[in-house]
Design a protein around this ligand. Structure first.
Ligand code: ADP
Ligand code: MG
Length: 391
């Protein structure tokens, strides 16, 4: 990396592919720093598109739309990991600085490629994926090792928030589950005995500088993130170091510029397993918005604008609570209500973030609340108290 391009300074346009909540929080961070933002999203009513200076409503592969974006933006990033690699390549060929590059995004889009990469990475970091095998052909099922049961069959593409996953106990189950997925390429992963789940958030700049945030400990409900707490209450310092070192090695290895999240399982045995990578800011990193010197979205801005990276220091212990659409209903979808914001906002340590989505469906991510505290226990208690207010 001999020739360094100049940084892109405030006043310029930055582009983001995807107009969901991650794009919205990116837009807010960029605007706070004096940038203008261009959002490209296929939907008409997107949380980021509604606040950006420029919103292009088009498919990700629409060449005219990509050209319009390239004419405005010197750099583009993505908030949506399933954006077609072709769109990123096309922007790059139009002279746009694309961070992260398409090869990095592609790796995270396909669980087969991702697991294979994580398995090779084990030689360097001593942390590998859960035992798995690829299921792409009928014959693959006959060769599934018995020790992968009980296992979780996951579609190679488009899975998120636990969607595209079925637990299978034997090969008859596996045959049925694979048929249910329409025999698309899948990975079958051994179901591990998890003690707890954590994620590492690392950022790499254009100049090869790498920084890491403190590791968060995550609790999921029905496959969807429920809370993230930092410092991770159950993680030993030596485990945290191992995880951060591994994530830093990974981001360099794939020559990635931008914000990257790596999810890990800590097993009852104490062993650590790498689960998946996300090529963008992550829900488990939303705590950085109120508890760190620089948020993950500011880092996304800094990395794509080729600026020095911000400080990742934790200023206060924090627990983040996700707000799903379920909160807008009294049990079932025919009994709508407004969550008790007055009660939530009566907590001085609770920082409310709503994503501006008009349609609160069950399971839909509508917002989050960061609860800081003077101690870890205080932050957790504040979070529990706020969750109780929401009922
Ligand atoms: P998603 O893309 O939906 O986040 P993940 O692979 O992260 O998919 O799986 C979602 C959740 O399911 C994980 O956070 C974890 O709680 C559980 N899970 C996934 N794989 C395994 C496994 N091999 N063993 C035990 N639990 C798992
Ligand atoms: Mg996950």
């Amino acid at each position: 990396m001999a020739d360094f391009l100049e940084p892109i300074l405030p006043g310029s346009y930055l582009g983001i592919l995807g107009g969901g909540q991650l794009g919205r929080m990116f837009t807010q961070a960029a605007q706070a720093m004096g940038y203008k933002v261009c959002v490209l999203d296929p939907g008409s009513d997107s949380p980021a598109g509604s606040i950006a200076e420029k919103f292009i409503q088009a498919d990700y592969t629409d060449s005219a739309a990509l050209q319009e974006m390239a004419a405005l933006c010197k750099a583009v990033s993505t908030e949506f990991e399933n954006v077609p690699a072709q769109a990123l390549d096309e922007l790059e060929s139009l002279g746009v600085f694309v961070a992260p590059r398409s090869s990095c995004v592609s790796l995270a889009q396909n669980r087969v490629a991702e697991k294979k990469f994580l398995a090779t990475w084990k030689a360097e970091t001593n942390i590998g994926p859960a035992p798995y095998c690829v299921v792409e052909h009928d014959a693959d099922i006959e060769h599934v090792p018995a020790n992968l049961f009980p296992g979780i069959l996951k579609t190679a593409r488009m899975g998120y928030d636990g969607k595209g996953q079925i637990t299978v106990y034997d090969s008859a189950n596996l045959v049925a589950a694979w048929a249910e997925f329409g025999k698309v390429p899948c990975v079958l992963e051994k179901r591990m005995d998890l003690d707890f789940e954590v994620s590492a958030l690392v950022v790499r700049g254009y100049d090869d500088a790498v920084v890491a945030y403190p590791v968060s400990q995550n609790i999921h409900r029905d496959g969807i993130l429920h809370t993230s707490t930092v410092p991770a209450p159950s993680l030993k310092p030596a485990q945290e170091k191992k995880i951060i070192d591994a994530a830093k090695a990974l981001i360099r290895k794939i020559d990635y510029v931008g914000v990257l999240c790596v999810e890990f399982f800590v097993l009852k045995s104490g062993d650590i397993v790498a689960n998946e990578i996300a090529p963008r800011p992550h829900n488990s990193g939303h705590y950085t918005m109120d508890a760190c010197v620089s948020s993950q979205f500011e880092q996304q801005v800094r990395s794509m604008a080729r600026l020095p990276l911000g400080d990742t220091r934790l200023l206060a212990p924090v627990s983040m609570l996700n707000l799903l659409g379920d909160l807008w209903y009294e049990g079932s979808e025919d009994q709508a209500r407004e969550p008790a914001w007055n009660k939530v906002l009566s907590h001085p340590d609770a920082k409310l973030h709503l994503y501006g989505k008009s349609d609160p469906r069950m399971g839909r991510k509508m917002g989050h609340i960061n609860c800081v505290g003077e101690s870890l226990n205080q932050a957790r208690q504040n979070c529990a108290a706020v969750a109780l207010e929401l009922g």
